[in-house]
Ligand binder design. Structure first.
Ligand code: MN
Length: 204
């Protein structure tokens, strides 16, 4: 998806809609993937339609290069929706069924986590605190920089980190649409349960 170009298409889930039960319910997955994610894709395609000069650009190129020469409103629509497509394609890829068993980072990422946060448990506590502190809608990322240093970053709405040379290791979607059907207002329970179905990206 990240290297795809216009017209963008919804990538299929790589597991079933029920696969993340009971932590993320099938109904939420249907809405989140087939409706919300699809809407970002549809709106991005619609916004790019009048601008053939942007239609050969990959999703990452769009986000990196921006579109300042366009009318501000059109550029904002493109960047918001491109960000939504980017964040969601990473998010659904970085989930896996609880039964898959391996929900820990690889040794290099583990070492970076221990160096930055003291222990894996401390990291989880810091990450949860950060995810709960996102005001309104947004994302919490664990990233590794070019020197191998791990850090936690909160992003608002559909902002991304593509211009910053940071490798995403995990990301939690803390928009209400990601959890409200099952968890209602209890973001804390959703965040704690996500650890059961997360898949850490490899360090390489
Ligand atoms: Mn979402």
């Amino acid at each position: 998806m990240l290297n795809n170009t216009y017209p963008f298409q919804l990538p299929p889930l790589i597991y079933s809609y029920e696969a993340l039960e009971p932590y993320i319910d099938a109904e939420t997955m249907h809405y989140h993937h087939d409706k919300h994610f699809q809407t970002y894709i549809d709106n991005l395609n619609k916004a790019l339609e009048p601008y053939p000069q942007l239609q050969n650009m990959t999703l990452v190129q769009l986000l990196k290069n921006g579109c300042e020469d366009l009318p501000e409103k059109d550029c904002t629509t493109i960047m918001n929706n491109a960000g939504g497509v980017y964040n969601h394609s990473l998010f659904f890829e970085m989930l896996q069924p609880a039964q898959a068993g391996n929900h820990m980072p690889d040794p290099i990422v583990s070492e970076a986590i221990n160096e930055a946060f003291g222990s894996f448990d401390n990291f989880k506590a810091e990450f949860e605190k950060s995810a709960l502190s996102v005001f309104g809608s947004g994302w919490t990322y664990l990233v590794i920089d070019r020197q191998g240093k791990a850090s936690i970053v909160n992003l608002k709405n559909q902002d991304t980190l593509v211009t910053q040379n940071l490798k995403p290791i995990i990301l939690f979607d803390v928009w209400e649409h990601a959890y409200y059907l099952k968890y209602k207002n209890r973001r804390v329970d959703y965040v704690k349960n996500l650890w059961n179905v997360i898949r850490f990206a490899k360090s390489e």
